[in-house]
Design a protein. Structure first.
Length: 351
C-alpha cells in the first residue's frame, strides 16, 4: 500500500487547555483550517480513561465534566507533516499519533483486510438519502464486516472549516463513516459509493480483523518495539460494538473501559456512533421512541506492542458474544505533557 497520505489523530480531554487558557480542541481545529487540510473532524467521546487512570463518562454526572475528544485530520503527507509540527508544539496533555493511509481515489486494490473511511457532510445527500446512511447501507449490502458513522462537532471538509452551531442545519459538519472488512468487499463497496457522492473523500488503511461476533479469528501480530532505525512502533486495538449490555450488565464499552482501568492501561476512548452495524446485524441507530440506546460504539486503545497482549486478553474475554475487534500498527506516537514538549513525530519504517 502506498503511503501517499497521513492521518494525524489526537486524543485529549474536552477541558484540555493550552497557553492563555485556550481550549486545545479549538487550537487543533484552527491548525487544520489554517493548513486547509482536506478533511478533519473533532469527535466527542462518551467514555474514556485518561491520564493518571482518571475515568470520564457521560453516564455519571460527576464524571461527565471532561469527556474525551478525538481529533482526526487527513491529507497529503507534506501538508499533514506541516500541521503535525504545530500540533506537537502545543502545550497540552494528550496523545498524538501519526498513521499511514492512502486516498481511495483510484482503482488500486486494498489489502486482504482493510479499513475504509468515508467523509461526508452531516446533511449531505446521496441519491435522495442522507449520505452517511446511504454509505452504511451500501457497505452492509457489499458484505463489509462492520461500519460506524461518527458525528463531528467541528472540522474541515475539502479544506474549509465547518463548525456545528446551535442554530442552523450544520449541513457540512463532517461525519466519518469507518468500515472494516475483507479487501474485496471493501473494493466493491467503494466502487458503489464513489458515484453516489458529489465530492467523495475516502481513505484506505491496513487492518487486521481479530474477532467477529464472538469468534476469534487471530490475535494482534507480535511486532518489535522499534523499527531497524530505532523508531518506536505502536499498536492500536479497536472494538466496534453495539450499546447493548453483556449478560444484563453494563454496556460492553463501559465494561471494557473499567476492566482496562483496573488492569493499569494508560488510556482508552469510546466514541458513540449515530448509525452502524457489525457482523450480520442490520444497520441501526438511536430512534426517537427507544427507551434504551442502540447506537453503535467504537472503543480505541493505543499502546506499545509488549503491553498490547494484556489489553487484547481483556478485550477477548469481554467480546465472547459480540463485537468486531481489529488491530493496526501506529508507526508514530507522542504523549504531550501539560508543559508541552519539543520535537516532532517521526514515522517508523513499517507497513
Amino acid at each position: 500500500m502506498s503511503a501517499d497520505a497521513l492521518k494525524l489523530t489526537v486524543y485529549l480531554g474536552e477541558r484540555a487547555r493550552t497557553d492563555g487558557g485556550r481550549f486545545a480542541a479549538d487550537a487543533l481545529m484552527e491548525i487544520a483550517a489554517r493548513h486547509e487540510l482536506r478533511v478533519s473532524a473533532l469527535l466527542r467521546g462518551t467514555e474514556g480513561l485518561g491520564p493518571k487512570h482518571r475515568l470520564r463518562t457521560d453516564r455519571l454526572l460527576t464524571l461527565s465534566e471532561d469527556l474525551p475528544l478525538v481529533s482526526v485530520a487527513v491529507d497529503e503527507r507534506t501538508r499533514v507533516e506541516a500541521a503535525a509540527e504545530e500540533v506537537v508544539a502545543l502545550p497540552f496533555q494528550g496523545l498524538v499519533t501519526l498513521e499511514r493511509a492512502r486516498f481511495a481515489d483510484d482503482d488500486a486494490a486494498p489489502a486482504a483486510e482493510a479499513k475504509l473511511t468515508v467523509y461526508v457532510g452531516r446533511h449531505e445527500r446521496a441519491g435522495g438519502r442522507v449520505a452517511y446512511e446511504a454509505v452504511i447501507d451500501e457497505l452492509h449490502a457489499a458484505g463489509v464486516a462492520g461500519a460506524t458513522a461518527l458525528l463531528g462537532v467541528d472540522g474541515t471538509l475539502h479544506g474549509a472549516r465547518q463548525r456545528a452551531r446551535l442554530t442552523g442545519r450544520n449541513t457540512a459538519v463532517p461525519v466519518m463513516v469507518v468500515a472494516v472488512g475483507d479487501g474485496q468487499a471493501i473494493a466493491a463497496a467503494r466502487a458503489r459509493i464513489a458515484p453516489m457522492l458529489e465530492r467523495p473523500t475516502m481513505t484506505l488503511e491496513r487492518v487486521t480483523v481479530c474477532k467477529r461476533d464472538g469468534a476469534r479469528l487471530t490475535v494482534p501480530a507480535e511486532v518489535p518495539a522499534t523499527d531497524p532505525s530505532g523508531l518506536a512502533v505502536w499498536q492500536k486495538l479497536t472494538v466496534f460494538a453495539g450499546a447493548q449490555s453483556r449478560h444484563g450488565g453494563a454496556p460492553l464499552h463501559a465494561e471494557l473501559i473499567r476492566e482496562l482501568r483496573r488492569a493499569g492501561a494508560a488510556g482508552a476512548t469510546t466514541l458513540r456512533g449515530i448509525r452502524g452495524y457489525h457482523g450480520n446485524h442490520a444497520p441501526h441507530g438511536d430512534t426517537l421512541w427507544q427507551l434504551r440506546r442502540h447506537a453503535p460504539t467504537v472503543t480505541v486503545v493505543v499502546d506499545a506492542p509488549e503491553r498490547m497482549a494484556r489489553w487484547f486478553a481483556i478485550v477477548d474475554a469481554l467480546t465472547d458474544e459480540t463485537g468486531l475487534v481489529t488491530s493496526e500498527l501506529v508507526p508514530a506516537l507522542r504523549t504531550a505533557g501539560p508543559d508541552g514538549g519539543t520535537g516532532g513525530l517521526a514515522l517508523a519504517r513499517v507497513g
